[in-house]
Design a protein around this ligand. Structure first.
Ligand SMILES: [Zn+2]
Length: 324
């Protein structure tokens, strides 16, 4: 989660062209008096409190991705009426301002609108009076590089530590190649700005990615998960548990078939012995035993009604499975 801020609802010269853009998203044409338009700084190229900075090209790409995205007040998606939508974005150069690493400062500014309806009045008032100043954005990036040596932070890594200085240059992580901008929201609670809270998201809240979580767990790295990530991990475990049950069921079915076929093909071997052996076999071995036995059963018994209980129904079932 990155933080930007709201710029007061400033009047501007492009009202008509903005209204055209806004009306792309509305069910009926709204007049300029019916909408409240304001600007939000979504992110910039300066080093933030996580020692991360978006590249300039990342800002441009994020600008395209945020257009059309709705933002909610206080991370509360159920507050349906209290949403605003970004209808245009641009990267602004702020004259005279430089980043912590001494380059020209750029920021991604979104123009957002919300209808001037009663339920939005308090919110509009809050923006106008500067209370809802913070905006937090969620996005995923494809690349996180070391600013000193360019190493990929998520794969190879390097010895440079964010925040340290090397030959007079501050080390930070460059966020690049954005993949998706999935949310932006107003943060009205000042404590959200607390660095400690943000640090809790350190695994990389820009990328709630199962692979990354698992990678950290495998490495034995200390991992802090936020709620969304913990939920994701939980549902992933549930999925694995379900698959394990399915897998066990499949193995059981396969074993039963091999045992049954074995009793036909080589009745001299006791069922308990076959079960013992099957127990030690891999799925692949069971499968090859099954097809081998099947072939031999075919040789000895031309018709195998007792083995194909469902008979002609099999193909029908298979067809419906593909008919999703
Ligand atoms: Zn490095």
């Amino acid at each position: 989660m990155k933080n930007g801020r709201v710029i007061k609802g400033t009047p501007n010269d492009n009202q008509d062209s903005e209204l055209v853009l806004i009306n792309k998203y509305t069910r009926r044409e709204l007049s300029i008096d019916e909408v409240y338009v304001f600007s939000v700084v979504l992110c910039d190229n300066d080093v933030d409190r996580d020692n991360e900075a978006f590249s300039n090209t990342a800002l441009e790409l994020l600008g395209e991705m945020f257009v059309g995205k709705t933002g909610v007040l206080d991370h509360n998606p159920t507050a349906k009426n209290q949403t605003a939508r970004i209808f245009s974005c641009r990267v602004e150069q702020v004259q005279g301002k430089t980043t912590a690493y001494g380059e020209q400062y750029y920021r991604l500014v979104g123009r957002a609108y919300m209808p001037r309806i009663d339920s939005n009045q308090d919110f509009i008032m809050a923006i106008d009076s500067g209370i809802n100043k913070e905006v937090s954005v969620g996005c995923s990036v494809g690349e996180i590089r070391c600013s000193i040596c360019g190493a990929d932070r998520r794969t190879t890594g390097c010895a440079h530590i964010d925040g340290n200085t090397y030959n007079g240059k501050q080390c930070y992580s460059i966020l690049d190649k954005p993949l998706d901008a999935y949310e932006w929201s107003f943060v009205a609670v000042p404590s959200q700005v607390n660095a400690g809270v943000i640090k809790g998201y350190r695994l990389n809240n820009k990328e709630v990615n199962m692979e990354d979580i698992i990678k950290c767990l495998k490495k034995g790295t200390a991992v802090t998960l936020d709620k969304a990530q913990a939920d994701k991990l939980n549902s992933y475990i549930e999925l694995l548990e379900k698959r394990a049950v399915d897998g066990e069921q499949y193995r059981q079915d396969l074993t039963n078939q091999v045992v049954r076929l074995s009793l036909i093909v080589q009745p001299e071997i006791a069922k308990s012995d076959i079960l013992d052996i099957a127990d030690k076999m891999t799925i692949e071995q069971l499968k090859s035993f099954k097809s081998c036995y099947r072939a031999r059963v075919g040789d000895t018994l031309p018709t195998v009604p007792q083995l194909s209980k469902s008979g002609g129904k099999i193909s029908k079932t298979n067809n419906t499975e593909y008919n999703i």
